[in-house]
Design a protein around this ligand. Structure first.
Ligand SMILES: Nc1ncnc2c1ncn2[C@@H]1O[C@H](COP(=O)(O)OP(=O)(O)O)[C@@H](O)[C@H]1O
Ligand SMILES: Nc1ccn([C@@H]2O[C@H](COP(=O)(O)O)[C@@H](O)[C@H]2O)c(=O)n1
Ligand SMILES: [Mg+2]
Length: 478
């Protein structure tokens, strides 16, 4: 089987991952971070931290490997408690056979707490690489670990310190029979670590077993999930992965507003967002990737329309029980950026009628309806309202109010957008609790100019090319 080991994953997890998405020629830039002016940052999602504890050679690394493999489209980093072993003094090194590597004091827990706290708060950290044979932590070159969606902390004593436990969203204890652990440990330490069997057995009876009884086993009570048989327990690992996926896909605002849907994030989607948000992306690429994202949001939105059951006969003469699309629908785009979503809607819904609304925006709440052209029979239709960015929510509220005044029931409106600010979501969802909102990412907040941050600038200008001087030069010289 062509699988990556957890160690390989640890190495490459310090980079941003893209699955099947090529970023050739595009370098990562360090951009200064703007701070939001509101408390919306509190709602920003923190990484999901999983603690994996258990006796030595119980299969912790094997379990982590399997979780990481199954979460292939999420950014995952693996941190090993071994990286926090204290370095041995000359004296201790000379008498290494008397050193207790299984006691909580063998670890620099203060450093572990600091590092995990930083990662949990989405800050990059440097972690030493541990050398089992040399008994030392190599601080240089340290392993750079960037923040991720999921952080896994693995080690015999990761449940020992209450501060570390408090950071964990899920605690897993790998529970493997003592004989199996001992035989695996003998195999591993004699083969991989070139130790002799007497030394391995001596260390086991002097330190490993007593520490298991005194510290590791008592920490089992903190576990949310106990996995018997470690990596052999595929059912337990499947359930854990499913739970993590649910938690990751569920933005906190989705818990408050049941009609808010954030499409499941994948590396493809994050890659497209990275491109359209990058201020250096040229119009051509911006349009290409924005169109791809818009298509995904439109398809997802269409999935929320009502359907009727329909049976058809296939060429094999068999009956296929399916569904028939909802036919009474129309689009309404908020000029000008909403017009960028019209093509995707037309591509998905043949011959769909699309109305338009123009709202003049001045600052935070100077919204004024300037123009509207909507289908005459709009009240009989489900309405897909199109605007790629939801910022303050004022334009959306204005547009939705108009559509409702035209006789469309609130529950027949689906608002489709690419990027939403929490402020806009609160405003729209509170005012119209029955409309559905489908978005692809929820951002941190708004800046003092009421622009979404991190956001992606003026969508309409970037999509229609009215801000791209380079592009104008390029088209003139062609
Ligand atoms: N389910 C399993 N079946 C057979 N060998 C296993 C299994 N899980 C782990 N091992 C082996 O046992 C040893 C210890 O496993 P590992 O996952 O490194 O444990 P831990 O990280 O808890 O110390 C490794 O050599 C590994 O290949
Ligand atoms: N230089 C070292 C450091 C640690 N150990 C042993 O490793 C065990 C923890 O790692 P697992 O992957 O087995 O969980 C622990 O029991 C230490 O005794 C060592 O032998 N040498
Ligand atoms: Mg291990």
């Amino acid at each position: 089987m062509n699988t990556k080991s957890a160690e390989d994953l640890m190495e490459c997890s310090s980079e941003v991952h893209y699955s099947g998405f090529h970023m050739d020629g595009i370098e990562q830039r360090n951009v200064g971070t703007e701070q939001p002016t509101t408390s919306a940052i509190d709602e920003y999602k923190q990484p999901f931290l999983i603690g994996v504890a258990g006796g030595s050679a119980s299969g912790k690394t094997a379990v982590c490997d399997m979780i990481i493999q199954q979460l292939h489209d999420q950014r995952v980093v693996l941190v090993n408690q071994d990286s926090f072993y204290h370095n041995l003094t000359e004296e201790e090194l000379k008498r290494v056979q008397d050193y207790n590597f299984d006691h909580p004091e063998a670890f620099d827990t203060e450093r572990l707490v600091t590092v995990m706290d930083k990662l949990k708060n989405s800050q990059a950290v440097d972690i030493p690489k541990y050398d089992f044979k040399g008994y030392k932590n190599n601080v240089f070159p340290a392993r750079r670990v960037n923040p991720a969606d999921v952080i896994i902390l693995e080690g015999i004593l990761v449940f020992h310190d209450p501060r570390v436990r408090a950071l964990m969203n899920m605690k897993i204890f790998v529970d493997t029979d003592a004989d199996v652990r001992l035989s695996r440990r003998i195999k591993r330490d004699t083969a991989d670590n070139s130790r002799n069997i007497e030394a391995v057995l001596d260390q086991y009876s002097k330190f490993v077993k007593p520490a298991f009884d005194d510290f590791i086993l008592p920490s089992k009570k903190y576990a949310d999930i106990i996995i018997p048989r470690g990596g052999d327990n595929h059912v337990a690992i499947d359930l854990i992965v499913q739970h993590i996926r649910t938690k990751l896909g569920q933005h906190d605002l989705c818990k408050i507003y049941p009609n808010l849907y954030v499409i499941q994030s994948t590396f493809q989607i994050r890659g497209m967002h990275t491109l359209i948000r990058d201020s250096q992306t040229k119009k051509h690429d911006f349009v290409f990737y924005a169109d791809r994202l818009i298509r995904l949001v439109v398809e997802h939105g269409l999935g929320h329309l009502p359907f009727t059951e329909k049976q058809v006969i296939t060429p094999t003469g068999s009956v296929y029980s399916g569904v028939d699309f909802c036919k009474r629908l129309c689009g309404v785009s908020i000029i000008r950026s909403g017009e960028s979503m019209e093509n995707a809607l037309r591509a998905c819904c043949k011959g769909i009628k699309i109305g338009k609304i123009l709202i003049h925006r001045e600052g935070d709440n100077g919204q004024q309806l300037v123009y509207e052209k909507l289908p005459n029979d709009i009240s009989d239709r489900h309405v897909l309202l199109l605007d790629p960015i939801l910022g303050t929510g004022n334009s959306a509220v204005e547009a939705i109010s108009l559509i409702i005044r035209k006789g469309v029931p609130e529950s027949n409106i689906i608002f489709l957008n690419l990027i939403s600010a929490p402020q806009g979501l609160h405003m729209v969802c509170k005012r119209f609790p029955r409309i559905k909102i489908v978005t692809s990412e929820i951002d941190i907040g708004l800046n003092e100019d009421f622009r979404v941050i991190p956001g992606m600038g003026e969508f309409g200008d970037r999509y229609f090319g009215t801000d791209d001087d380079d592009e104008l030069v390029e088209s003139r010289s062609l």
